[in-house]
Design a protein around this ligand. Structure first.
Ligand code: ADP
Ligand code: ZN
Ligand code: ZN
Length: 741
């Protein structure tokens, strides 16, 4: 047996693995993954520590050159080893190369210089120092005198002094050499986030919240590190429940990973958590600098923090004593990685929790079908929060039928009922959110004469119109000026169709000339804090109406919002993606949940052309069970996850013929392997057949058995590696895909 090892876990070391022979005496080789071993390294066979990242029966390298692993390292299991094992699991279960998996997991930060702070202090007693100072002054040693004068006053910061006084290090060095002063060095951590003041205010939990907390805490104290689904309606106080449980976990000396769906939500979450837990909290995400990440890595590893907050990559925080993983808003699509290995954070969190003996809580107001399936299979325990805490009542929801509006002559995008309610809120000085479901929406330009839509030259998608005269590709960023006639038939009748935020803003301003309106979408939120600034301003009451897309519905609390209008609820229902109904339901419920979170009773108007659709109905009545039972029946009929398992094999090539040929070959290979245990569909063009000048085709494989799909993935991976037909075609794997890859 052979082992591939890495000789360090910083980013530059992860790209290269080295092959060694595993001595017979080591026993079960598979158990070696993640183990630290000692190997003879380089020409001099220097004894070097290395981690085993892969075990295999054979190697391509000349066997006479392969050296033996010397022995296992004495240090025992380390967190790096556990994470390497996790990376290996990712590779095996989702596909891709070991290096890719390692880089996802050990986003290990290149080794970065730590920040140093140096403090200068006096070594001599005062009298003696003053004598020396007089001596310096006499000899006109100006800089040295300045330093000494300062040191006599008090200890001071070395770096600041150098900068302010334009002093040089040599002056300091000579004083140090003569034993007059000393310079003490301290290593500091970069702190990427401000933790707030700890305050002891705690809310009094209601009966359901207490029930949920007691269940988890009782289990925990008995040594049962369970898996739970905290199913609580919007605003039911899930975060309070998490915090109460975290308190128990932390008091046992263990650590907590708190996953949130988006980086933008980390700051408000840290603020809330630090009010309760103080300073031992940090964040981890890809927007931080290398130095910040490296320091958080060290702080976590050394146990200097108890809680880490972040999006899916925070799952790989190197906590030695992991006690709890929370996956908040577990239904969110952003938990699925869109690059290889295309893992789902929920699945990985369940795995890591099991491996490390940690409890796990998935939380949501609109749980994914996957999570509910786990619950109905008794794999996970449900904790319900069915009401909002005292004083806050869930909003009242009305459906406005846009077909009726049209019939009765209202051509506006705002129904008469919604319009009436907006006026009422304006009069009362309460706030309104208008939510536009942009999923599935295209503000594209097309020609009314020939019907041609203007497309991006690099991607097979329509360009989107932006004021005043630009056409932009939302996938690759390509831009051109809006033409004044159709590029194909030269007709001047070209224009935009559909509903964009800008259009809505224009209409709202016209219909409600006295209202102060804010708009938030991809365009207004450029810049690191554009997003936050708009939300803050709205929170402060600086506007009456906020118009926005999905980004305004996630996890924000607006005290004074008593009306939410959902303008085109059904736009995303017919996307041809098997999750379309589920994502629409989530969006509607989450958007509706923004209403009435403060003192005001909330009202929600869902505008739709399909008032009878089960998704609209279930969202309007808040009946999750109803939604679930219809949706799961549809998944069963159509054989979609979570009722069966689905693997998308995605092929990429620079030429259409190349990708088609590759797809045919793989489809043929699968046909040869034909068996009862799986079904092949395709190959088909991806929903965006060309993206950034690369063509994409997909083969779908379905099986009731996930392991069967993993086996096929392995066969395909090996085949592609060996076959000369795939020099220009690359292949990726996507298990239980989200959207149309
Ligand atoms: P969720 O995470 O379910 O959306 P939060 O935990 O954010 O809900 O709670 C919503 C609001 O209700 C917050 O302002 C929170 O402080 C408050 N809250 C939660 N539980 C209670 C309670 N038991 N009593 C009073 N207020 C509560
Ligand atoms: Zn035309
Ligand atoms: Zn493009």
């Amino acid at each position: 047996m052979y082992a591939e090892v890495v000789v360090g876990i910083s980013i530059d070391k992860l790209d290269r693995t080295f092959c060694y022979r595993i001595p017979e005496s080591f026993g079960n080789s598979d158990a070696l993954i993640g183990t630290e071993v000692i190997v003879p390294f380089g020409r001099g066979n220097r004894e070097t520590k290395a981690f085993v990242v892969e075990v295999k029966e054979d190697t391509d390298i000349d066997k006479s050159l392969v050296k033996d692993i010397l022995r296992k390292s004495e240090t025992g299991v380390q967190i790096e080893g556990k994470l390497i094992k996790l990376a290996y699991w990712l590779k095996s279960n989702y596909g891709g190369a070991v290096n890719e998996a390692l880089r996802s997991v050990l986003q290990a930060p290149r080794k970065i210089e730590r920040i140093k702070e140096r403090t200068v202090s006096l070594l001599k007693d005062r009298e003696e120092a003053e004598d020396i100072l007089r001596e310096f002054e006499r000899k006109k040693y100006t800089i040295k005198a300045k330093i000494l004068r300062r040191a006599i006053e008090s200890d001071f910061n070395y770096e600041r002094f150098i900068k302010e006084e334009k002093a040089t290090s040599s002056a300091f060095n000579s004083l140090v050499k003569d034993g007059i002063i000393e310079i003490k060095e301290e290593l500091l951590y970069r702190k990427p986030v401000k933790t707030g003041e700890k305050n002891s205010d705690k809310v009094e939990l209601n009966v359901e919240q207490k029930g949920a907390v007691d269940k988890v805490v009782d289990d925990y104290r008995k040594g049962i590190y369970g898996r739970y689904l905290l199913f609580g309606i919007t605003g039911s106080g899930k975060t309070e429940v998490y915090m109460e449980i975290m308190e128990e976990v932390i008091s046992q000396g263990k650590q907590v990973i708190f996953l949130i769906p988006e980086i933008a939500l980390s700051f408000q979450m840290v603020e809330r958590l630090s009010a309760r837990f103080g300073e031992r909290i940090s964040i981890m995400n890809s927007r931080m600098s290398q130095g910040e990440r490296y320091d958080q890595y060290l702080r976590a590893k050394h146990g200097d923090i108890d809680i880490i907050v972040g999006p899916r990559s925070a799952l790989f925080t190197p906590f030695e004593h992991l006690g709890l993983i929370i996956v908040d808003e577990e239904h969110e699509g952003s938990y699925k990685s869109s690059k290889t290995p295309r893992y789902h954070a929920r699945e990985v969190a369940l795995y890591r929790a099991k491996e490390e003996g940690a409890a796990i809580i998935l939380g949501s107001a609109t749980p994914s079908l996957e999570a509910v399936k786990l619950a109905s299979d008794k794999e996970i325990e449900v904790l319900m929060l069915s009401s909002r805490p005292a004083g806050a009542i869930p909003p009242e929801i009305e459906v406005a039928d846009l077909r009726e509006e049209l019939k009765e002559g209202n051509k506006s995008i705002i129904s008469r009922r919604l319009s009436e309610l907006i006026k009422d809120r304006l009069n009362k000085g309460e706030q309104t959110i208008l939510f536009i479901n942009r999923r599935g929406y295209a503000g594209f330009i097309s020609c009314r004469s020939c019907g041609e839509a203007i497309k991006c030259p690099h991607c097979d998608v329509s360009l989107t119109f932006h004021r005043p005269d630009r056409l932009v590709c939302h996938y690759c960023g390509y831009e051109e000026k809006m033409p004044d006639k159709c590029p194909k038939c030269t007709s001047p009748y070209i224009g935009t169709f559909g509903l964009g935020t800008e259009k809505v803003e224009e209409i709202v301003k016209k219909d409600f000339p006295n209202a102060r309106v804010l708009r938030m979408d991809g365009d207004t939120t450029t810049g690191k804090n554009g997003h936050e600034a708009i939300l803050e301003s709205f929170k402060k009451g600086e506007a009456d109406i906020l118009i926005g897309t999905q980004m305004i519905v996630k996890g924000h609390d607006f005290e004074k919002v008593s009306l939410v209008g959902i303008l085109a609820a059904d736009l995303s229902l017919f996307l041809g993606d098997f999750r379309a109904a589920e994502t629409t339901y989530e969006l509607l419920v989450q958007a509706a949940g923004r209403a009435g979170r403060g003192r005001y009773r909330g009202k929600v108007v869902i505008q739709t052309y399909n008032p009878d659709h089960y998704v609209i109905q279930a969202a309007a009545t808040g009946n999750y069970k109803d939604f679930y039972s219809k949706e799961i029946r549809y998944r069963k009929l159509g054989e979609y996850p979570p009722e069966t398992h689905l693997l998308a094999v995605i092929l990429f090539a620079a030429k259409a013929e190349e990708v088609s040929k590759g797809a045919e070959i793989l489809a043929g290979f699968l046909t040869e392997k034909k068996s009862e245990s799986f079904v092949v569909n395709g190959p088909v063009w991806a929903s965006i057949p060309k993206l950034r000048d690369i063509y994409r085709k997909i083969i779908y494989i379905k099986s009731p058995d996930r392991d069967e799909l993993v086996r096929l993935k392995n066969l395909l991976e090996d085949y592609v590696k060996e076959s000369s037909d795939f020099s220009k075609v690359s292949v990726q794997f996507d298990f239980e895909p989200h959207g149309n890859p």
